[in-house]
Design a protein around this ligand. Structure first.
Ligand SMILES: [Zn+2]
Length: 247
């Protein structure tokens, strides 16, 4: 029996989750929630690093984030589709781990994989709740339908106005450690001969990651924040988790 997760984060490329929502994963983990990560592709089209180095980096980041599971679905980087075959792979994952909350790629972005993965996740999360769609687990056993209660989207390269922002100040250092675990992808002064310089491998890119978190934090009156989008209204149990500072 697979572990039941409270929160499942999905990223089309290894490192999307770290850049997008690792703060929330750390926060929820600290509260005793079970968290996990699904990478849709191996990021094999990335200009720097290899499939092997990216697996090692993803495993290191998973340790820093203390997630219960991290799986790679090995879809084709750049070329995967939002179609029945790919939806069924994700439906199987949702039914296996039964997450209450799914967090996935940005609604739309500079990299077109992000928007496509985001819609693929939404479609699969809905379909996963339909009893007449039959799927089986790795051992060939029938899976019960499961629909996550919420699908949230983190915000990636292109700015999107968030629907809500979470205060991640208390876990910000650990969050950055999980990003820096991708030593071949991001700037690392000890590792400069590791391939062509890319959009994300300059020191400026890491600065921009910090600046984004500061800006999101400022909007809610804290130091660092992570912003999210939701297509469904949020239901609150009360006002206890609201950040009550002047902004
Ligand atoms: Zn990506």
């Amino acid at each position: 029996m697979a572990v039941k997760l409270d929160i499942l984060a999905i990223g089309v490329h290894p490192d999307d989750v770290e850049l997008g929502c690792s703060g929330v994963l750390l926060l929820e983990k600290a509260k005793g929630k079970k968290t996990g990560i699904i990478d849709l592709t191996q990021g094999e089209l990335g200009s720097r690093g290899t499939i092997e180095t990216r697996y090692a980096e993803a495993a290191n980041a998973a340790m820093i984030l203390a997630v219960s599971v991290r799986e790679n679905l090995k879809m084709a980087d750049g070329f995967f589709k939002n179609d029945e075959e790919h939806q069924r792979k994700l439906i199987s994952i949702f039914r296996k781990y039964q997450p209450e909350i799914v967090i996935t790629n940005a609604l739309h972005d500079r990299h077109s994989d992000h928007g496509r993965a985001s819609q693929l996740t939404e479609d699969a999360a809905y379909l996963s709740g339909l009893i007449k769609i039959k799927t089986t687990d790795e051992d060939g056993n029938d899976q019960a339908p499961w629909r996550p209660r919420y699908v949230f989207h983190y915000i990636q390269d292109r700015y999107i106005e968030p629907d809500f922002i979470v205060d991640i100040t208390s876990v910000f250092e650990q969050r950055m450690e999980s990003v820096k675990a991708y030593t071949t992808q991001f700037f690392n002064p000890e590792n400069e001969s590791d391939g062509p310089q890319t959009y994300i491998s300059t020191p400026d890119f890491l600065d921009s990651v910090i600046a984004r978190a500061r800006m999101m934090g400022k909007k809610i009156g804290v130091k660092y924040g992570e912003g999210f989008n939701t297509k469904k209204n949020l239901g609150l149990n009360g006002f206890d988790s609201l950040v009550l500072v002047e902004t």
